[in-house]
Design a protein around this ligand. Sequence first.
Ligand SMILES: [Zn+2]
Ligand SMILES: [Zn+2]
Length: 324
Amino acid sequence: MTELVQVKDILERLKTGENYETSSSAESGENSEIISVTTTQPNTTKNMAQFHFCRCKAEWFVRDGLGMTCSGLTYCLILFAEFVVIGVILLPGFPLSAWSYVHAILFSCLAFLAACSHLRAMTTNPGTIPKGNFTDENVKGLGLQAGDVVVRCTRCECIKTDRAHHCSTCQRCIRKMDHHCPWINNCVGEFNQKFFVLFTFYIMAISAYAMVLAIHYIFQCSDKDWKECAYFSPPTTIIFLVFLIFEGLLFGLFTLIMFCTQMNSVINDETGIEHLKKENREKSGTWRDRMKDTFGSDMGISWFSPFSSNLYHRKRNDYSYFDV
Ligand SMILES: [Zn+2]
Ligand SMILES: [Zn+2]
C-alpha cells in the first residue's frame, strides 16, 4: 500500500510539472515499476550541475554478517595454506635448497595476489545506483521522449538503469549485477567483476599449486624417516597435509567453476541473472571489446593485476546521471 501511495504521489508530482505527463503501467517485474512517458516534453539540456555526488566516497563495504564471516574465513584459509606450504612442506622437507625457496616465493606471491584481488573485489563499489534518485528533476533531466520508459526500483526509489538489478543484501540497485557473493561480501557488478575474476583465478592457481607440492612432499618423504623432513610429529604433519589437500580440492574446484562461469559471462556479455532469466539481449562489440571493457585495458599484463585503477572511478563519468 505504501508503495502505491508513493507511486501515486510521484506521478501526481510529475503530472503537475510543466509540460510533463506520465502514466504508470504499474508492471512490476521484481520490486520495480515501469513508468512510460506519454507526451513529449521539451528536450531539456541535461543539467549536470543537479547531480552532485561525493567523488571522495570511494570506499564501499557491505555490513553483512554472513559476508564478513566468509571474507574473514577466506583470509584465514589463505594464511593456513601459506603456513602449511612453507612451514610444513617446503622448509622442513627441502631445507636450504634453492628449489624450496623459489617455490616458497612463487607461492607467496600468488597468495598475496589472491588476497589483494579479494580485497579489491570486496571494497570496490560494484556499480550502485544512488538511493532515491527517482526525483522529478532527475526524471526530467533524462530528456525522455514520448514512448520512452523509466523503470523505478520501489525498494531504493531509484531510476533502474538497463541491466541493473536490486540486491537485497547490499540494499541497492547494482549496475550489470551478476550475483551477490558472500565470499567477497559484495555484489559482482560492472565495476568489480575484474577483481572477482582475478580472485577466482589466483585461488584456483594456489589450490592446484598447493596440492602438487603436498603430493610431491608425500612421495619424497615416504621413502625417508619422517623426522628428517618434518618439524612436527608425523600425525600432526599428516593432519596438516590432509587439510591442505582437502582445502585445495574443494576451493580449487569451486573457483575453477566460478572462473569459467565468469569468463563465459564476460565473453558472451551476459550476466548470471540474465542467463537465469534467459534474457535475449543484443550483444555489442566483439569478445575482445567486452574483455577490454571488463578488464579496463587492452590485453596485457595489467589484466592479471589487482592493482590496476578502479573502473568505478574511470567509468563513472559515463554515468553522470546515475553516479554515486
Ligand atoms: Zn533497488
Ligand atoms: Zn549485493
